[in-house]
Design a protein around this ligand. Structure first.
Ligand SMILES: Nc1ccn([C@H]2C[C@H](O)[C@@H](COP(=O)(O)OP(=O)(O)OP(=O)(O)O)O2)c(=O)n1
Length: 146
């Protein structure tokens, strides 16, 4: 197993990239502020803050959403759990989902938005907009209930 230098995230040249969990077999816990900090460190180590402007990050995010879409393109409807997908397909999906998340987290940070708190507020707002008694089973837009 190759230890990865935490400051630049890079393994030794020519060696496989294996990022160990810090707590043995258990999965590392992760939070949005953790990801935000890791992205800040990643950018600062490369002097890339200059490139991580709101517009650039938004375009990068949209590009990654396109790459994510390509994975599903032409497959028709895909059942939940992705039965029949290879391990490689699922790993690729995880990578593209991660790119989208990481750029979203970074964009939020650069714009001064606390994404976790904003998302919690939005979930509360959605609950008010879509009261259970009015929209159970129906997926109509909220304007249909008002
Ligand atoms: N200026 C950059 C370039 C990359 N990244 C990070 C965020 C994404 O997680 C990932 C994106 O890297 P690539 O642009 O190389 O895109 P992919 O990983 O999708 O590679 P490919 O386009 O070959 O599929 O790297 C970043 O933060 N800032």
């Amino acid at each position: 197993m190759v230890e990865v230098n935490k400051s630049d995230g890079q393994p030794e040249a020519g060696m496989a990239l294996i990022i160990p969990n810090s707590n043995g077999n258990k999965k590392d816990e992760v939070s949005l502020p953790d990801l935000s900090r890791r992205m800040q460190e990643f950018a600062t180590a490369r002097n890339w803050d200059q490139f991580h402007s709101p517009r650039n990050l938004l375009l990068a995010l949209v590009g990654e959403v396109g790459e994510l879409s390509e994975i599903f393109q032409w497959r028709g409807e895909v059942p939940k759990g992705l039965p029949g997908w290879s391990a490689g397909d699922k790993e690729h999906l995880g990578e593209e989902l991660s790119d989208v998340l990481l750029y979203l987290v970074r964009l939020s940070d650069i714009c001064g938005i606390d994404l976790g708190q904003a998302a919690l507020r939005k979930i509360r707002k959605n609950g008010i907009k879509y009261p259970v008694e009015k929209c159970k089973v129906s997926s109509n837009k909220y304007t249909a209930y008002q």
